[in-house]
Design a protein around this ligand. Sequence first.
Ligand SMILES: Nc1ncnc2c1ncn2[C@@H]1O[C@H](COP(=O)(O)OP(=O)(O)OP(=O)(O)O)[C@@H](O)[C@H]1O
Length: 238
Amino acid sequence: MSEPLLTVENLNVLYGDYQVLWDVSMQARAGEIVAVLGPNGSGKSTVLKAIMGLAPAKSGRIMFEGRDITRVPTHEMVALGISMVLERRRLFSAMTVRENVLLGAYHRSAGKEAKSRLEWVEDLFPILAERRDQIAGRMSGGEQQMVAIARSLMSKPRLLLMDEPYLGLSPRIVKQIAGIIQRINQDGVAVIFNEQNVQLSFGLSNHGYLLEGGRVVLSGTGQEMIGSDVIRRVYLGV
Ligand SMILES: Nc1ncnc2c1ncn2[C@@H]1O[C@H](COP(=O)(O)OP(=O)(O)OP(=O)(O)O)[C@@H](O)[C@H]1O
C-alpha cells in the first residue's frame, strides 16, 4: 500500500486549560476520502483545524508527504498543498462569486496557471461561471458552499479539509455536494471531512473515524464503520 499522505500521531490539543483532543491518531492516503464522525463538541472541527495550524498542538505530530507540519503556520499550509473549506463557508459576502473564487489563488501567479485552474473549477461548478458577477452574499446556502469549495480548490491542494460540508443544506444540495466531493477526489485530491450523520459520513468514504470526547474510539473502512455494532446501536438505533 502507498505511504500515507497525512499522518496524525498522538495529537493533544488544549484551548487554555481545556483539553479537546486526546492522543488522536489518524491517516489519509493519497486519493482517499476520509470521514470523521462524532457528536457535537467531540472535537471533529478541532482535528481539521489542528491539521491546518488553526488549533495549537500541545503534543503529538502531524506529517504531510513525509514532512513534519505540526508547527507550520496556517498561511504556509496552502503552499504546501493543504486547503480547507471552513464551516459556514466564510465568504466575502460583498464581493462577487468570481472575486471570491480567485482569492483562493492568491499565492499562485495570477497568469496562466490560475486561468487554467479557474477553468477546471468552473467546469466542476458550471453555476459559478454563470453567476460569476453575482454578489456572493445573495446566493443560497448551497451555492455559497460551492463558492467556498471552488475557492479552496484554486490553490491546487493535494489534501482538502472540509469542515461540515453538508451543514444546513437541503437533501438535494447535499447530494450535489457529495457528487462534487467524489469528482474532486477522482481528480486526485484526498479529502478529509467531518459530519454528524452516519450515512453521509461513511457512504462515500474509504476510511472513517469515530470521535467521542476528543478521542478516537473506532476506525475502519467506510463499510466497516457503517456495519459496526457501536455505530449501529448508538447512531443508527438498530
Ligand atoms: N476556540 C475555542 N476556544 C475554546 N474552546 C473551544 C474552541 N473551539 C472549540 N472549543 C471547544 O472544544 C470542544 C470541541 O469543539 P469542536 O468544534 O472541535 O467539536 P465538533 O465535534 O466539531 O463539534 P460541532 O459538531 O458542534 O462543531 C467543544 O467543547 C468546544 O466548545
